[in-house]
Each structure stands twice: as C-alpha cells, then as structure tokens.
Design a protein around this ligand. Structure first.
Ligand code: SAM
Length: 261
C-alpha cells in the first residue's frame, strides 16, 4: 500500500506520536541509516552556530572569548546536538534543549548524566531540557546567542513560524542554523540515494525499530521538504541576513545559516 503523508491538520499529532514511539531506538537507527555521518554534519553545524566556520571549536583561545553564552537546540530529540555543544562550550555556557516528545527528552537527560560521569568538562556547562512546541517558544525575545535545529524543521506544521520563532529568541548578531535533508542533483548519485532512502531505509526501520511506517514517513517528508533555495528565502523572510546554504553529503543534506540583524 502506498504511503500518504498526514494532512496539515493531523501533522502535529502524527509527528508527536511517531517520535514518542521510536524514541528508544532512535540513536541507533540514526547511526545506521546515515552510516554515522550525521555526527560530522552536526559538528559542522555547531561550528556555524558559534561563528567558527571550519575552525576548531573549543580551543583555549576561542573559549576565553566566550563567557556566559546561551544556546538553544530546537527539536533536540535525544540531545545529540545540545550535548555536542556542551562538550566544546566554555565554562558557564547555558544550553537549552527543547522538544515536544517527553520520551526523547527523558533519553536526553539520561545521556547527559552518563556523559557527565565520563567528561568533567560538561559539568561546567548548565543544561536544561524543556518540553514545548517549536512553533511557540516559551522564551523572551533576544535571549540566546544562537539557535539551532537539526532534522526537525521538516517535521513542523508551519516551517516559517518555526524559523520566525528561532529568530525572535536569538539576540541581534546571533545565529540561526538549520540542518536538514537536501535535494541532491548530482547525476548518477541522486537516483541511487533516492532508491536507498525510499526502499532500504524503511526496511532498516522495520528491523531496528519494528516501525516501518515511521521510516516511510522519513523519505516522504524529505521529498516534500522545500528545496535549499526556498529555505534560504524563508530565512530572509524571518529577518535573517548573510544567509548561506552549505550543502553536505553531495547535497543530500542542507545546512543553512543566517544572522539576526
Ligand atoms: C528527526 S528528530 C531530530 C532529533 C535531533 N535534533 C537530531 O538531529 O538527532 C526530530 C525531533 O523533532 C521533534 N519535533 C517535531 N515537531 C516538533 C514540534 N512542533 N515542537 C517540538 N519538537 C518537535 C520530535 O519530537 C523529534 O524529537
């Protein structure tokens, strides 16, 4: 039977139920489906969030210039990005992860505790996990030095509202970063990737998570997700300047960065 995406009216509850269901095996599936590459894309995204480009984050020289910064990870899931920021951030940094799936947030909290037992550095960083909707952020205007979302924007009912909200809560001069699926146009590679995503990924999801449906949603949501040029326009509409699209993995992943005026 062919797969149908939820309607706009149903999307919020559909996506919520899906992530509550797959939370437990989410990290393993992520590693398998992306062959571990999502970690490198996320580190690149963090560098953009902190305004470092390709430079290494967390050097002593870099940390010295950062005091009491605040970062927000929207649709944080099991806390991958927020914890990666924490490993590199200067002492005193505050990192907030927000998601609407409590199961995902519980796992993020457990990961944070495990990491703090192994890495002293993250004890110097303040972390909080908040259950909330990305389209209605429970924060004051101009609160954060930067806000990031990875593989989350695609799941929102109103993508523009999500970007508007991220922009609202970031301080002037701060960065908004989005990492999500792209649309590869590389000849030969693009159809191979499409076949992998449409046919192999649901099988992997079926085996690892016993949830083929959720992993049919993944390629479909990618197919209907706007092209990188359209996402850049949405960034500008949100009031961001110096908007850049940085393709990753031959364009299958799109990294967008903008600066709040
Ligand atoms: C594909 S996961 C990405 C998790 C993590 N950012 C990562 O890159 O591994 C998408 C996450 O977005 C969350 N999400 C989707 N829609 C949301 C919304 N409207 N508000 C808050 N969280 C949402 C889901 O619960 C899920 O944890």
């Amino acid at each position: 039977m062919s797969f149908k995406l939820p309607t706009k009216e149903d999307k919020h509850d559909y996506v919520h139920d899906q992530f509550e269901r797959i939370a437990k095996g989410y990290d393993l599936s992520n590693d398998v489906i992306s062959v571990g590459m999502h970690r490198a894309w996320k580190l690149r995204a963090i560098n953009e969030l902190m305004g470092l480009g390709l430079k290494k984050v967390g050097t002593s020289e870099d940390s010295a210039n950062r005091t009491n910064e605040k970062y927000l990870d929207i649709c944080c899931g099991t806390g991958d990005l927020a914890l990666a920021i924490a490993k590199q951030a200067a002492a005193g940094t505050k990192i907030t992860g927000l998601d609407f799936s409590q199961n995902m947030l519980d796992l993020a909290g457990e990961r944070q505790k495990r990491l703090a037992r192994r890495k002293d550095k993250i004890k110097t960083v303040q972390m909080e996990w908040i259950c909330g909707d990305a389209q209605q952020l429970p924060f004051e205007d101009n609160t954060f030095n930067g806000a990031i979302i990875s593989f989350g924007l695609r799941n929102l009912t109103d993508l523009q509202k999500g970007l508007d909200e991220m922009t609202r809560v970031v301080k002037p001069g701060g960065r908004v970063v989005n990492l999500d699926l792209g649309h590869s146009t590389v000849p030969l590679f693009a159809p191979i990737f499409d076949a992998y995503f449409s046919n192999v990924v649901p099988v992997i999801g079926g085996i690892l998570q016993n949830d083929r449906q959720a992993y049919k949603y993944l390629p479909e949501s990618g197919r209907t997700y706007p092209r990188p040029e359209a996402i850049s326009e949405m960034f500008k509409k949100a009031g961001l300047i110096n908007v850049r699209h940085i393709p990753q993995a031959l364009g299958t992943v799109a990294l967008h960065v903008g600066i709040k005026r």
